[in-house]
Ligand binder design. Structure first.
Ligand code: SF4
Ligand code: SF4
Ligand code: SF4
Length: 582
C-alpha cells in the first residue's frame, strides 16, 4: 500500500494514500470538528466547519474532502481557522430556532457543542424569524426545519444507505430546505419509517414522534394496568443514554427501572415473542420447503423492510413470511391470552412496547394490528431514547440500580430470541429451530456463517437430506440489490433475512444518538452486537423451542405452531402500496 507523509500541527504522520486530512489528523490524535461529514454516509465538504490551514496553499481547506498529500503541512487551530469556524457557526445560528431548553437534542447536539466550544455569540447576525411549519403528521417522525442546518446527512442516509430518496433539497436560495417531493408531509410520502435519517441528524431537526406523555397518563390512571415489554436490542443500547460504555448489557437495570415507573406497571421481556416468531417462522419455512410454497421466504419481523416491500416490490409480498413481528405478537398475546387468563377487559390494559426504531411506531398503527373489538394491540411504541427520558424524569438513578428480573409469566426467553437485535440473528435462531424440526437430533447451535457486518452473507446447510440455502442482509440499499437478484433468478435461496437498518436493530432509528466523535470513529455496531452474542453464549436456553414460556403458551393457548388459533393471533397480511405516495 502506498503511503504519504505529512505534518499536522508539526506532528509527522504517515497515512495510506487516499486518506483525507480529517482521517490523517485522527490518526495523529487530533480531532477536527465536523457537522456535515458522516463516515461512509455523507462526505460533501459543505458545512465548512472542518476548515484547516496549510503551508503554501491559498485560503482554507475542507479537511473532510481534501486529500492528505505528500509533504503537506497542515495547521488545525490557527487564528484564521478559528475565525472561520466561529463565523460559520454564527451564520448557522442566525436563522436557527434556538430553543435548546426544550429541544430533545439538548446536551446531545453537535451545533450546541460547537457553539459552546467556540464561544459563539448566538445573535451577531440577525435573520428572519423561523418560517417553516413543523411536520408532525406521521405517527413516527417529527421534522422541524427551523432547526435544520442543511448538512444533508439525513438526505444521504435515505438515499445512499437506504436507496429510498424520499427526502432531498427543495426550493432555491434562501428558501432551500430539506423535505419530501412537493413539500408534502413525510406522512404522505413513500417513506418506510426506518429512522436512519433521525439518527444521522446532528441537531434537533429530526426526532421520533414523542409519546411519553400518553404513557405517563396511563400510569396515572388507577383503572389501567400498564404492561411494558422491551425489544431484544434495548438491553445492549439503553445504558448509553446513561453514559455507560457502548455494549453494556443493562437488562436487569432496565427491568428494575421500568417497574419503578409506577405501581401499576409490569415489565416483560420481548425476547419471548422473538422466540415465538421463530417457532412460527421456522415451521412456515419447513412447510414451504416441503410443500412447494413460495420461496425464498423473506423474514417479516422488521416493519421498515415490510413497508419497503409494500411500496417498492409489492409483487414480492407473497415471499414475506406471514408471521407478525415480535412487537405485534406481544400486543396480541397480552390483549388476547393474558387478558383472558387474568379475566381483564383488554380496554383496561395499556400496552407499551420499547423498540429500537421509528418504523415500529408506524407498525403499531397498522389496521391489521387492531383487534376485532376495535382496540390497538400495542397502545404506544416508545423508542429507546423515550424510555431513557422517562427513567430520567422519574428520578431513577439508573446506573446504581440493583438488577431485577422481568415479571412473570413473560420473564424467560432464549439466546435465540436475544440475537434478533443484530443482523443475522433472526436467521440463525430460525436455523436452530428449523434444523431441529427436520432432524430431531440436530446438535449445531452456532451458525457463525450468517453473523457479521458484510453486505450479504450466504450459507448452505444439509439437514436430514434437505439442502437449506440462506442469505442475510441489512440496510435497504443492500436489500434492494438482493431482491433484484432474486427477481432475476440469480439468487436461489430458501430463506432470506432482511433488516432495514445497517447492522440490524442495534443500529435502529430509535437508539441512543451518538456524537460525531463516536459515529465517525468507533465501531459501535460491533460493540452493541457483541453484547447480544455474549448474552446468547451464556444463556440458559439457546434454541427458541426450549423456552419454558414458549412451552407454556402453546400448551395453554395456541396448541401448536401454525394451528388456527396461532394463525389468528400471530400471523398477518400486507398491503400493496404506491411507489409515490403514503
Ligand atoms: S438543535 Fe441544538 S442548538 Fe438547536 S435548539 Fe436543539 S439543542 Fe439547541
Ligand atoms: S425514515 Fe427512512 S425512508 Fe423515511 S425519510 Fe427517513 S431515512 Fe428515508
Ligand atoms: S432493523 Fe430493527 S430497528 Fe431498523 S427498522 Fe427494522 S425493526 Fe426497526
Amino acid at each position: 500500500m502506498e503511503t504519504v507523509h505529512l505534518k499536522i500541527n508539526n506532528i509527522p504522520v504517515e497515512v495510506p494514500q487516499g486518506y483525507t486530512i480529517l482521517q490523517a489528523a485522527k490518526q495523529a490524535n487530533i480531532e477536527i470538528p465536523t457537522l456535515c461529514y458522516l463516515k461512509d454516509i455523507n462526505c460533501i465538504g459543505a458545512c465548512r466547519v472542518c476548515m484547516v490551514e496549510a503551508k503554501n496553499r491559498r485560503g482554507l481547506l475542507a479537511a473532510c474532502v481534501y486529500p492528505a498529500e505528500e509533504g503537506l503541512e497542515v495547521f488545525t487551530n490557527t487564528p484564521a481557522v478559528i475565525k472561520s469556524r466561529k463565523t460559520t457557526i454564527e451564520l448557522l445560528l442566525s436563522n436557527h430556532k434556538k430553543k435548546c431548553l426544550s429541544c430533545l437534542r439538548n446536551n446531545n447536539c453537535e451545533l450546541q457543542k460547537l457553539a459552546l466550544e467556540y464561544g459563539v455569540d448566538e445573535d451577531r447576525f440577525q435573520s428572519e424569524e423561523p418560517i417553516y411549519e413543523i411536520d408532525d403528521l406521521s405517527p413516527y417522525i417529527v421534522r422541524d426545519n427551523n432547526k435544520c442546518i442543511n448538512c444533508m446527512r439525513c438526505v444521504a442516509a435515505c438515499k445512499n444507505v437506504q436507496s429510498i430518496s424520499v427526502i432531498g433539497a427543495i426550493r432555491r436560495g434562501f428558501d432551500a430546505h430539506v423535505g419530501s417531493a412537493f413539500d408534502k408531509s413525510l406522512d404522505n410520502a413513500p417513506c418506510v419509517g426506518c429512522g436512519q435519517c433521525v439518527v444521522s441528524c446532528p441537531v434537533g431537526a429530526l426526532t421520533e414522534k414523542p409519546q411519553e406523555d400518553k404513557v405517563w397518563d396511563a400510569i396515572a390512571d388507577p383503572t389501567k394496568k400498564v404492561l411494558f415489554f422491551t425489544a431484544p436490542s434495548i438491553k445492549a443500547t439503553l445504558g448509553e443514554a446513561f453514559d455507560m460504555p457502548i455494549g453494556t448489557n443493562v437488562e436487569g437495570k432496565m427491568a428494575a427501572a421500568i417497574k419503578r415507573l409506577g405501581e401499576n406497571v409490569s415489565a416483560f421481556n420481548m425476547d419471548f415473542t422473538a422466540d415465538l416468531t421463530i417457532i412460527e417462522e421456522a415451521n412456515e419455512l419447513v412447510e414451504r420447503i416441503k410443500n412447494g410454497g413460495t420461496l425464498p421466504m423473506f423474514t417479516s419481523c422488521c416493519p421498515g423492510w415490510v413497508k419497503f416491500v409494500e411500496h417498492y416490490y409489492p409483487e414480492m409480498l407473497p415471499h414475506l413470511s406471514t408471521c407478525k413481528s415480535p412487537q405485534a405478537m406481544f400486543g396480541a398475546v397480552l390483549k388476547g391470552y393474558y387478558c383472558q387468563k387474568n379475566n381483564i377487559d383488554p380496554k383496561d390494559v395499556f400496552v407499551v412496547s420499547v423498540i429500537p426504531c421509528t418504523a415500529k411506531k408506524f407498525e403499531a398503527t397498522r389496521p391489521q394490528l387492531r383487534s376485532d373489538e376495535n382496540y390497538d394491540d400495542v397502545d404506544v411504541a416508545l423508542t429507546t431514547r423515550e424510555l431513557a427520558r422517562m427513567i430520567k424524569r422519574a428520578g431513577i438513578d439508573f446506573t446504581n440500580l440493583p438488577e431485577e428480573d422481568f415479571d412473570a409469566p413473560f420473564n424467560k426467553a432464549t439466546g435465540g430470541g436475544a440475537i434478533f437485535g443484530a443482523t443475522g440473528g433472526v436467521l440463525e435462531a430460525a436455523l436452530r429451530t428449523a434444523a431441529r424440526i427436520l432432524d430431531g437430533d440436530f446438535k449445531k447451535v452456532d451458525f457463525e456463517e450468517v453473523r457479521g457486518p458484510e453486505e450479504v452473507r450466504v450459507a448452505t446447510y444439509e439437514v436430514a437430506g434437505v439442502t437449506v440455502k440462506v442469505a442475510v442482509t441489512s440496510g435497504l440499499g443492500n436489500a434492494r440489490k438482493l431482491v433484484e437478484k432474486v427477481k432475476s433468478g440469480e439468487a436461489d435461496y430458501q430463506m432470506i433475512e432482511v433488516m432495514a437498518c445497517p447492522g440490524g436493530c442495534i443500529n435502529g432509528g430509535g437508539q441512543p444518538t451518538r456524537s460525531d466523535s463516536v459515529s465517525n470513529y468507533v465501531d459501535y455496531k460491533a460493540l452493541r452486537s457483541k453484547a447480544l452474542y455474549d448474552y446468547d453464549k451464556n444463556a440458559e436456553f439457546r434454541v427458541c423451542d426450549d423456552s419454558p414460556v414458549i412451552k407454556m403458551i402453546y400448551d395453554e393457548f395456541f396448541e401448536a405452531p401454525g394451528k388456527e388459533k396461532a394463525h389468528h393471533y400471530l400471523h398477518t397480511s400486507y398491503t400493496a402500496r404506491d411507489k409515490y405516495y403514503k
